[in-house]
Design a protein around this ligand. Structure first.
Ligand SMILES: Cc1ncc(C[n+]2csc(CCOP(=O)(O)OP(=O)(O)O)c2C)c(N)n1
Length: 736
């Protein structure tokens, strides 16, 4: 390493510098020596990890071997802690170039408590360095790409709305620092195999269409585990396939050549930084080791092919280049490498000595440690604003109050943006400006008028692509924005499932609180529509309550929808906000506007009616049906049912359930979703487990038949639980 008294890097002998003052694509000799140091370090960390894995001192290894030149070039062309990075597992050299140390990487490999990237939760090479803006990465191939697009959108949004970046007490903003530069670039990389994922194309589409400063890097080593590129990609070359996307700057390069790679990165970064649009670098690299230590590439690659790759090894190429250009002689190379080895040995020793995490930490950071959405401080009274003329306050529908809540919150918090399919009033703004049209505002009109009031920067239509909606929301929320996005129908949430299951709820936990993405996903859910049929009637909430890290809310009436949506928006956790379509405009549960600060804490059920003989635990559209049945049962048979509306499914209010069942000694769990494996199964199991001594009868479930909802109303009525089904079950259980 260079010292203050010796300004020359290690191994540089004066007489050897034939190239003094010469630069290579703008890189000085010193920078090139630094590049080699990073590349060599990267390779050696891989080699040491491989050894440690064979010694069973670490538990997994995946290498960046063969990708060192392109990673270093990217690190040199971009700015650490200024630009944003969504790298994939082969980007060890990039992370080193940005400032990460072998020690930090090895702490991850051993799974140490002090691992700054995940605290022992993630496999090695799943990069996460908040100080360098390297955002926590996961294992699903390609799931980072849409998030990078959202991240770039976040940077642009704050540049256009600098006031929004200000901190604010009383909600998530207090804990969510915002930094943005105005000309920052978001880097995202992937293998050529991952370019087959649909999300890659969704991301390219949006980056292109919105001219976003995203730098896509496809590191093409010719294989995705054992699948060669010509099987993966039509025509065998991703560059040819993407060439038609407008607004891009494209480069196809030899990614084993650091100087040529640097030049391509410098050109592309300049293009992105100037705001002209996204960049795409297709770097041909090699994979000298197998896919990972769990793979043996000799099973599917003959020696001859592997030798062709080996001849392009970037480490050897860079060595030869430095010697040929007289930048370093062999002695100099040896000294540099020895220094790397010595430093690495220290890092390995320290990592092997590092303490593992203690088991009592496993539940930390599933949710925000700073803001508790179950806090009783969120219990407020609805504001009653009596009209001046003395008339009665008109009750509003759930749809009205959701719309009003969105409007109130958007006014209060400029970080909120709303997007999804059809949520804008009109994408062609001039029609609105010229007052030629009224505007749409969602297929259920829940977002009507919001674009008109807050502008197209804050309320806009997405492409018809659900992963696009959620992935971008995650990227924006990581930057401190508050996306409140809409999935048009629960039945169509599945394209976003990777983002909803493996990404959104995990950002905080897997990064050990290094990052978080508290956004709100509003979803129209449920049946009882008379004609909704299979694909407009689905429930399925238990799939999401089964996902640690996701808050799940399911209101049954207008007032709860308003109070819980406000809590969801101000919350520091991701929230899935389920809105029952049938309840949007129902007469049941209408309420006057409760004012702009009405909140309800999560995890607090509501006792809709109290009773002594039997407890019914339910939520959503079953609430009015259960109430109707309970009233009839009391009228006709004098049985007093205690009806509990859970309102929030994760967390849920066990205390209220337990208190009620301990009193009534009988319980029915009722829900609209299919009976088996549903949300009610968990509640029923808990009652059986923890309240067994209080029970005078078995715990019953009333739910839909185990079949999808059919179109013909006679079939629909039979499939979904009706008030009569509830009445029958209540009567039977009361008599048990
Ligand atoms: C969604 C998903 N499917 C499958 C896998 C298993 N897997 C891990 S890496 C990989 C191949 C990736 O190939 P490529 O994108 O070309 O990157 P490379 O490893 O070659 O650098 C596969 C199939 C995964 N991690 N995620």
């Amino acid at each position: 390493m260079a010292t203050k008294t010796d300004p020359k890097p290690a191994g540089v002998a004066d007489e050897k510098i034939r190239s003094a003052g010469k630069t290579y694509e703008g890189l000085s000799s010193e920078r090139l020596i630094e590049a080699y140091r990073i590349m060599y370090t990267s390779r050696r960390v891989d080699d040491r990890e491989i050894l440690l894995k064979r010694q069973q001192k670490i538990f997994f290894q995946i290498s960046g071997a063969g990708h060192e030149a392109v990673g270093t070039a990217a690190g040199f062309a971009l700015k650490s802690g200024y630009d944003w990075f969504y790298p994939y597992y082969r980007d060890r050299a990039l992370c080193l170039a940005l400032g990460a140390t072998p020690h930090e990487m090895l702490l991850m490999a051993v799974g140490a408590a002090a691992d700054p990237q995940s605290g022992g939760r993630q496999m090695p090479s799943h990069w996460s360095f908040p100080k360098f803006n390297v955002v926590t990465q996961s294992s699903p191939t390609g799931s980072q790409i849409l998030q990078a697009v959202g991240c770039a959108e976040g940077g642009r949004y704050f540049a256009r709305h600098p006031q929004a970046a200000k901190k604010n007490g009383g909600d998530y903003r207090q804990f969510k620092d915002v930094k943005f530069q105005g000309d920052e670039v978001t880097y995202v990389s992937l293998g050529e195999g991952a370019s087959s994922e649909g999300e890659f194309w969704e991301a390219m589409n949006t980056a292109s269409n919105r001219k976003l400063p995203v730098l896509f890097v496809v590191e093409d080593n010719g294989y995705a585990i054992s699948v060669p590129v010509e099987v993966q990609t039509a025509g065998g070359n991703i560059s040819r396939l993407v060439a038609g996307f407008p607004n891009f700057h494209f480069e196809e390069i030899d990614g084993t050549d650091p100087v040529a790679s640097y030049a391509a990165f410098a050109r592309t970064v300049a293009y992105c930084r100037s705001g002209q649009g996204p960049g795409f670098i297709h770097a041909h690299v090699i994979r000298p080791y197998s896919h990972s230590l769990s793979d043996d590439e000799r099973l599917y690659r003959p020696d001859a092919e592997r030798q062709v790759d080996a001849a392009r090894d970037p480490i050897t190429r860079m060595q030869m280049f430095l010697i040929r250009e007289g930048i370093l002689d062999e002695k100099g190379i040896n000294r540099l490498e020895k220094q790397v080895e010595d430093d690495l040995q220290v890092a390995v020793d320290q990592a092997l000595d590092a303490a593992p995490p203690t088991p009592d930490t496993i539940m930390q950071f599933i949710y925000s440690p700073d803001l508790d959405p179950t806090s009783s401080a969120l219990e407020t009274e609805p504001l009653s604003v009596a009209p001046a003329d003395g008339k009665k306050v008109a009750p509003k529908t759930m749809a009205d109050l959701i719309n009003a809540t969105l409007r109130d919150e958007m006014r209060r918090d400029e970080r909120i943006v709303i997007f999804g399919e059809d949520v804008a009033d009109a994408s062609r703004e001039q029609y609105l400006e010229e007052k030629l049209i009224k505007g749409k505002g969602g297929v259920f009109k829940l977002t009507f008028g919001l674009q008109n009031d807050f502008g197209s920067d804050r309320v806009f239509n997405s492409p018809l692509a659900e992963a696009n909606i959620v992935g971008r929301a995650i990227g924006m929320a990581t930057r401190g924005m508050k996306p409140v996005v809409e999935i048009q129908f629960f039945d169509y949430i599945w394209p976003a499932m990777m983002q909803l299951r493996d990404e959104l709820p995990l950002i905080r936990w897997r990064s050990n609180n290094g990052f978080s993405s508290p956004c709100v996903i509003r979803v129209a859910i449920g049946g009882y529509l008379t004609g909704g049929a299979i694909y407009h009637s689905q429930c399925g909430e238990s799939i999401f309550t089964h996902t640690p890290g996701m808050r799940v809310v399911f209101p049954s009436n207008a007032l709860d929808a308003a109070g819980l949506l406000r809590t969801a928006i101000r919350c520091d956790d991701p929230v899935l906000f389920l809105e029952h379509k049938r309840l949007y405009r129902e007469t049941f549960g209408r309420a006057p506007y409760p004012g702009p600060d009405y909140t309800i804490p999560f995890g607090k059920a509501k006792v809709v009616q109290s009773g002594t003989d039997l407890t019914v635990i339910t939520y959503g559209a079953v609430v009015p049906r259960a109430l109707q049945a309970a009233q009839k049962l009391e009228r006709e048979h004098g049985v007093k049912v205690e009806l509990i509306d859970l309102r929030c499914l994760n967390p849920f209010d066990w205390e209220t359930i337990a208190a009620s069942v301990s009193k009534t000694n009988r319980a029915i769990v009722a829900y609209e979703d299919t009976l088996s494996w549903g949300y009610g199964a968990e509640i029923a199991a808990r009652i059986a487990d923890q309240l067994f001594d209080h029970l005078d009868a078995p715990v019953r479930r009333v739910a839909a038949k185990d079949v999808f909802v059919a179109y013909q109303p006679i079939l629909e009525d039979t499939i979904l639980p009706q008030a009569e089904d509830l009445l029958r079950a209540m009567k039977e259980l009361a008599e048990y």
